[in-house]
Unconditional design. Structure first.
Ligand code: C5P
Length: 223
């Protein structure tokens, strides 16, 4: 086999959900299987990148050829990502919980007969993509995902700007699409220069195409 297009480049990928504890036995979380993020990590590794995958709690196996760091909470995911800078490429695929529980308890909260349920106080989690997109050691290529149920292009373009990303991979995750938890994905690539619509593909095919897209575009990106 000849030289690989991403040889010598370092990539950080996030994948899966985060779990935000309420107490030692309960948590709140986003829905995410980790399938797309894990597939992207593997695809980048196949093109020669040195890949660190920071994964939230998932039930799928670690991908081959990738260093995997397992985390639970958004703050742990952020710390693991930042600790692995500098990198050339960042692909933030994780479905990070927007909020964590501010009223979390070290002990299991007991159900008290006859008492009202305890209130959950939430506080904002760090935005990992936005942190990386504006970091002093910003990777040359920063890619984010956008799961939307409406106005996919407009929301994706706004996200590109706000998060400091070079590319937003947007998909419509309306329940009728079956994308959530499924093996297929239909995405639109949103950059400053426009929108590219990809056909319905398997998540592995999306990963391979995205890795190839990254290989072409990381070359021209300013160091
Ligand atoms: O704002 P929204 O959550 O829709 O943005 C999605 C993108 O931002 C994804 O790439 C996701 O991984 C990333 N993100 C993040 N940290 C958060 C929220 C989202 O890295 N706290």
């Amino acid at each position: 086999s000849g030289p690989k297009p991403l040889s010598g480049l370092k990539a950080i990928v996030t994948s899966g959900p985060t779990h935000e504890p309420i107490d030692p036995v309960r948590y709140i979380a986003n829905r995410s299987s980790g399938k797309q993020g894990h597939a992207i990590a593997a695809a980048l590794a196949r093109l020669g990148a040195e890949v660190t995958l920071v994964s939230g709690p998932v039930t799928i196996p670690d991908p081959h050829g990738v260093r995997v760091l397992h985390v639970e909470r958004a703050e742990e995911m952020r710390d693991a990502v930042i600790a692995n800078l500098p990198a050339d490429i960042a692909v933030m695929v994780a479905a990070v919980a927007d909020w964590r529980v501010a009223s979390g308890s070290d002990q299991k909260i007991k159900k008290q007969p006859g008492e009202a349920p305890p209130p959950l106080l939430l506080t904002e989690n760090p935005d990992i993509l936005k942190t990386v997109g504006h970091h002093a050691q910003r990777p040359r290529l920063v890619v984010g995902f956008a799961a939307e149920t409406q106005d996919v292009d407009a929301n994706g373009r706004a996200k590109l700007e706000r998060k400091g990303a070079d590319l937003i991979v947007a998909n419509d995750v309306s329940p009728e699409t079956g994308i959530m938890g499924g093996d297929r994905n239909r995405v639109r690539l949103i950059t400053k220069s426009g929108v590219e619509d990809w056909p319905d593909l398997s998540k592995d095919e999306v990963a391979d195409r995205l890795a190839a897209w990254i290989a072409t575009h990381v070359q021209g990106a300013p160091a």
